[in-house]
Design a protein around this ligand. Structure first.
Ligand code: ADP
Ligand code: ASP
Ligand code: MG
Length: 401
């Protein structure tokens, strides 16, 4: 059996944790399996490196940032190889260049294009545990790139797909995928199984337990995932294609505070205004999330939209630049202390009234809704950030998750 095991930052945060992971990998190896280990940087090392960069130059280039960030994963894989070696089992660490893991050019948010499997297979044939850096790749300029925060999950899934692995296990600091972030909703319950589609929505809506692109890739290549704790032997959550007859009405609640709301007020109410606004934003590579257009008042209208905190500066600058000239708006209003709260469930598709129950729970909890958006299997509301926990708990209770 070929097994891919991915361990996140907290699972390799210090010597003891690294030794714990080394033992788990050796156990797997001693059962006669081929073992690929994908690692994140130790603990909060990626944040530490980002702070160092910001301190030296707040406008550091994305290329140099990636050059810096890839050192985090390179440290953890080398130490892991040493720890496994110390247990008497041969191991080798490889970075994205040595593998090679080819990505698109875009630093900081590169997409994996192709993984060479030859070197990996050679090392496995030599009965080595192969330890690979998560999160990083190499682009056509022979530069290091990174896959976006949390991207080590995607490295693991991509390797599992490329190597036709028999299992892909994502080890983290919680027991699996819960009905809500257990740090936000203490009553949250671990799920035994979740479908790709539901997991993808939850991950995209802020459930940081899996990188959303890792779920997308798992679905595309049919890689079944297991999310479980590196600190105990509990069973974890299986992420796979849904084949249940009865779908869960609501399977989870997700929260995301990395949101800024931008309201463009007093726009002319005529065709082409929304087109122009969002064309300008797209031209500046700003990803827009929720959109709300107001009814007309005095011949004018407002359009509000949300973006991530990282994209906010570019979005505001773009709207300001075009605000007086092509957009002709009266005012731009920026609200930073907002957050999204979402419910996800495949059963929503066939049941009316789910959104109404969510809104009632928020009303009972005294939480005002600023904006709403929905899809077939999700409802998202924008609320004041200070109400995030209250809102998530009220909704969690309402659906008895
Ligand atoms: P790792 O370093 O192992 O990749 P992450 O911090 O990226 O770990 O992801 C694990 C964290 O995800 C948990 O500690 C938890 O707070 C958070 N989380 C958010 N939503 C969920 C959820 N629905 N289920 C489980 N964990 C969640
Ligand atoms: N070390 C990277 C991060 O902190 C990638 C990862 O952990 O998945 O975002
Ligand atoms: Mg993670």
């Amino acid at each position: 059996m070929l097994v891919v095991k991915k361990f996140g930052g907290t699972s390799v945060a210090n010597k003891e944790r690294i030794e714990n992971v080394a033992r788990r990998c050796v156990e797997e190896y001693k059962q006669g399996n081929q073992v690929i280990v994908v690692l994140s940087a130790m603990g909060k090392q990626t944040d530490v490196l980002l702070d160092m960069a910001k301190d030296i130059n707040p406008n550091a280039s994305r290329r140099e940032l990636d050059m810096l960030l890839t050192t985090g994963e390179q440290t953890s894989v080398a130490l892991m190889a040493m720890a496994i070696d110390a247990l008497g089992v041969p191991a080798i660490s490889l970075n994205a260049w040595q593998v090679a893991m080819n990505t698109t050019a875009d630093y900081g948010n590169a997409k994996l294009k192709r993984i060479d499997t030859e070197r990996i297979y050679n090392e496995l044939e030599n009965r080595k545990i192969v330890i690979i850096t998560g999160f990083q790749g190499v682009n056509k300029y022979d530069d290091y790139t990174t896959l976006g925060r949390g991207g080590s999950d995607t490295t693991a899934v991509a390797l599992a797909a490329a190597l036709h692995a028999d299992a892909c296990e994502i080890y983290t600091d919680v027991d699996g995928v819960f009905t809500a972030d257990p740090r936000v909703v203490p009553k949250a319950r671990k799920l035994d199984v979740i479908s790709y589609d539901e997991m993808l929505e939850l991950a995209s809506l802020g459930a940081g337990v899996l990188h959303n692109r890792s779920v997308e890739m798992a679905k595309k290549y049919g890689v079944q995932l297991v999310v479980r704790s590196s600190l105990n032997e509990n069973e974890g959550t299986i992420v796979k294609e849904d084949n249940k007859m009865e779908k869960m009405l609501v399977s989870g609640v997700a929260t995301d505070s990395n949101v800024v709301q931008i309201a463009v007020e007093g726009l002319e109410n005529k065709p082409g205004v929304a087109f122009k606004l969002f064309r300008h934003l797209a031209n500046h590579n700003v990803n827009v999330d929720m959109i709300l257009q107001s009814v007309e008042h005095g011949g004018k209208q407002d359009i509000s939209f949300t973006v991530t905190e990282e994209a906010a500066a570019e979005a505001i600058e773009t709207v300001e630049r075009h605000g007086e000239t092509s957009l002709k708006c009266d005012n731009i209003n920026v609200t930073r202390d907002v957050a999204k709260v979402s419910i996800v469930g495949a059963g929503m598709m066939s049941h009316a009234g789910v959104a109404a129950r969510m809104f009632e729970a928020l009303y009972d909890a005294g939480v005002n809704i600023r904006q709403i958006s929905t899809s077939e299997i999700r409802v998202t509301v924008l609320v004041d950030e200070k109400y995030v926990e209250k809102a998530a708990q009220a909704i969690h209770d309402e659906f008895s998750l």
